[in-house]
Design a protein. Structure first.
Length: 343
């Protein structure tokens, strides 16, 4: 589905889609809107043919046939296109709800005026009263229909709001680590890309990679539940140190990353040392033995991004720095510049 069209064409497709939707048994919702907007655009021949066949056979599309059309011809859309459908439908329903509410108010005022006129005309020309009664009755039915339509549109608007919230929630879950609430690897990749794209050649971006020392031994000695508790505690410290300036990530397993935009290598090392000290000083209670475990440490590697290098090169150098911290005895911070990494 393409939306790179003029505002006028889009408005025309919208009007056609609304007209088609109003003639069907399916309710007003984003799925129905997507099917009929695409149908109205005239660019999806297979969808158009199938819709025409169904209309000829069934006269009207119900919820089932509309959902089948959506799943077959539109459900393959990417997240941005899906978001565009929801946003456009939301705009449509909001505008229609507002217009319908105003039309209902106008109809009510018109009916009140007719009632006043009917009384006056009835006194002057009684034979016209019967026709005025018919007009008043028709106006009353129209007003009821407007109220019914407004109720349906408001219900659809609530569905759109719920769908938008679900999309936001799904996106957040896709980018977050379930155990710690930090960004996961996928979220980190996106954050790193955005950070490097927005940074100027004169701005520094640094990376800290940390790994919990002897984590397998922790799991073997105290159990996986305690191991999860250790990971959560480390994550909490990373998040606290990160604040609003940096991005904390659970990179995988017992490995963590801190992305530091607009930060010098010297400052990044100080941040890494702060994290290391906080973790070295913690004591975590084992809920099974009720003992406090205090021998948890973190090894960290720090490096700065070099303009023009690949993200793989950036990450590999941070990994090298982490490896050196492990090789030197763990529970320490190692800083590695591009020159030292190449040496």
């Amino acid at each position: 589905m393409q939306y790179e069209i003029s505002k006028e064409k889009s408005a025309e497709f919208l009007r056609q889609a609304i007209r088609h939707m109003s003639m069907q048994d399916a309710a007003f919702h984003p799925v129905s809107y997507a099917v009929w907007y695409e149908y109205s655009s005239g660019e999806h021949a297979h969808l158009i043919d199938e819709v025409n066949t169904l209309i000829e056979k069934e006269k009207k599309l119900n919820e089932k046939s509309t959902a089948q059309l959506f799943n077959k011809h539109i459900a393959h859309l990417d997240a941005d296109s899906t978001k565009s459908i929801v946003e456009r439908f939301n705009e449509m329903v909001t505008e229609m709800t507002s217009s319908t509410e105003k039309a209902g108010q106008d109809t009510s005022h018109f009916r009140q005026s007719l009632e006043g006129w009917a009384g006056e005309i009835g006194q002057l020309a009684p034979h016209i009263v019967q026709r005025m009664d018919t007009l008043l009755s028709d106006t009353h039915h129209m007003q009821q229909s407007m109220h019914t339509l407004q109720d349906k549109l408001e219900s659809s608007l609530q569905e759109v709001v719920q769908l938008k919230n679900e999309i936001v929630k799904a996106k957040q879950e896709a980018m977050s680590d379930g155990l710690t609430g930090l960004l996961n690897r996928r979220g980190f990749d996106l954050a790193l890309q955005q950070s490097l794209e927005s940074a100027s050649v004169h701005e520094h971006t640094c990376l800290i990679i940390g790994d919990i020392d002897f984590f397998k031994r922790v799991n073997d000695s105290y159990g996986h539940l305690f191991g999860d508790k250790v990971i959560q505690t480390v994550a909490k410290i990373m998040k606290t140190v990160a604040g609003d300036l940096y991005t904390a990530v659970r990179y995988g397993g017992e490995e963590f990353v801190l992305l530091l935009p607009h930060t010098s290598l010297e400052t990044a090392r100080e941040v890494a040392e702060t994290i290391r000290q906080h973790i070295a000083n913690i004591s975590i209670k084992n809920n099974i033995t009720h003992r406090l475990i205090s021998n948890i440490t973190l090894s960290l590697g720090v490096t700065a991004y070099q303009p023009g290098e690949t993200t793989d090169s950036f990450l590999n150098r941070a990994d090298q720095a982490l490896y050196l911290s492990k090789a030197k005895g763990r529970n320490r911070v190692t800083t590695l510049s591009e020159e030292l990494a190449a040496a």
